[in-house]
Design a protein around this ligand. Structure first.
Ligand code: AMP
Ligand code: GLY
Length: 428
């Protein structure tokens, strides 16, 4: 079976690795920049912008691929799935109209309200700056400010965290007023990803990502500095009831998309804030999370290529999807100064990964040496029977890297986890 993976980051390296463990899979890769990890697994690669739809379609058809797995959101937003499927090549990833669940934050909230999906925060959509500014000035409380379109996870600003009221007004003005304003939610975040075949949704282990650049969850938002998951596939601050509610929200979202005429096939990613009133949707993504893909795919025991095949035919069942009952910790190394002033172009030396799995991300290989670029560089995933074991494996590997890169030491540590559990207890 020939599978093309579109995208060249850590997430796509994890997808490629999971696919290449299936015997009989021949892997192709289309990515903007050569990811050395993916290149080593693929039979053939094409270096090309992932949003260049004609090139993606041409590559997939000339190589005769059976399926295409789309990693990032930008090609979904460019309609690459619509064009591939027109050529008879099924994809893991929704068509343009269905991907709006991620790519258009106003569409997402309007779907949730129209279909009465629970877990929707109070929100308002604005198209001009004057109305949005007036709303901010008159609102009693803090707001989350979200640009309507894609921002690579870095466009959201929270009043009371990143901005005061005047700052919020200025930010909205700089965005031309095209924003969704939402009540600021207080709680602990978690990620629930699911395989969706159009009808069925099969959930994956819960993961917690760390968006903030610095230890203690301080500093600017990033694409995600690292993430962890627990051996029981839940999180200690998420009750069974919270989890069931989150899964029901995802099921309702998929059903609503079908009823609205935009059937959804692909990975559905739910980012939830666990509040004192239960889980509320921060956002949906139409793809795996990065880094969250590295946690769950490193644990996947069943055959990923079979899952892909069954998703495409709409026949996926829970027995097709099995994850090891282990904990994972993923730590990203990023260039010093990331995300605001990244110091790119420095040599990065990986000395000893130990038992950790190494996933390459935004890194360049020249004459056998590796150099950082401006985005997240590479990641390690540790796996263990306990979170502590997994953390140790990831931490030892991450701290063995030499070069002008850094990582968050606190991700997956007991201290961090205890703080989150205590915080949630206080909220309830
Ligand atoms: P997003 O790009 O929607 O994932 O938002 C980025 C980050 O902003 C999230 O991971 C949250 O930490 C935060 N955020 C988004 N929406 C809200 C909200 N309504 N209340 C509080 N924090 C939020
Ligand atoms: N880890 C957050 C995301 O992939 O959007």
């Amino acid at each position: 079976m020939k599978v093309l993976v579109v995208g060249g980051g850590g997430r796509e390296h994890a997808i490629a690795r999971a696919l290449s463990r299936s015997s009989g899979t021949i892997l192709f890769s289309l990515m903007a920049r050569k990811n050395p990890g993916i290149a080593a697994l693929a039979t053939d690669i094409l270096l090309e912008r992932e949003t260049n739809v004609p090139s993606v379609v041409k590559y997939a058809t000339t190589r005769g691929v059976d399926y295409v797995v789309i990693g990032p959101e930008a090609p979904l937003d460019a309609g690459v799935v619509d064009h591939l499927e027109k050529e008879g090549i099924p994809c893991i990833g929704p068509v343009y109209a269905a991907a709006r669940l991620e790519t258009d934050k106003a569409f997402c909230r309007e779907m949730m309200s129209r279909y009465g999906i629970s877990g929707c925060p109070l929100y308002r959509v604005f198209q001009n700056s004057q109305d949005a500014e007036e709303f901010i000035r008159s609102y009693d409380g803090d707001l989350a400010i979200k640009p309507i379109g894609l921002t690579g996870g870095k466009g959201v600003r929270i009043m009371g965290e990143h901005l005061d009221r005047d700052g919020a007004v200025g930010y909205v003005r700089s965005l031309g007023g095209k924003v969704v304003l939402e009540e600021r939610l207080i709680g602990e975040e978690f990620t629930l990803q699911a395989f969706v075949d159009g009808k069925h949704i099969i959930p994956m282990p819960l993961v917690q990502d760390h968006k903030r650049a610095y230890e203690g969850d301080l500093g600017p938002n990033t694409g995600g500095m690292g993430s962890y998951s627990m051996a029981d596939h839940s999180l200690p601050f998420v009750t069974r009831d919270d989890r069931e509610k989150a899964e029901a929200i995802m099921r309702d979202a998929v059903l609503a998309m079908k009823q609205a005429g935009f059937p959804y096939r692909g990975i559905l990613y739910g980012q939830f804030m666990n509040t004192s009133a239960g889980p509320v949707v921060i956002e949906f993504n139409a793809r795996f999370g990065d880094p969250e893909a590295m946690n769950v795919l490193s644990l996947l025991e069943s055959d990923f290529a079979t899952i892909v095949e069954k998703m495409v035919t709409g026949n996926l069942s829970p027995s097709d999807v099995r994850f090891a009952a282990k904990a994972t910790v993923c730590k990203y190394l990023v260039p010093e100064g990331y995300p605001d002033t990244p110091q790119a172009g420095q040599e990065v030396r990986v000395r000893d990964s130990g038992k950790a799995i190494l996933y390459y991300a935004n890194i360049e290989e020249r004459e056998g040496k590796l150099y950082s670029l401006t985005s997240r560089t590479l990641a390690f995933v540790g796996i263990g029977d306990t979170l502590g074991e997994a953390e140790q494996v990831a931490e030892e590997a991450a701290s063995s890297v030499q070069g002008n890169v850094r990582h968050r030491r606190d991700i997956g540590t007991r201290e961090m986890l205890e703080k989150k559990v205590a915080r949630m207890k206080e909220l309830r």
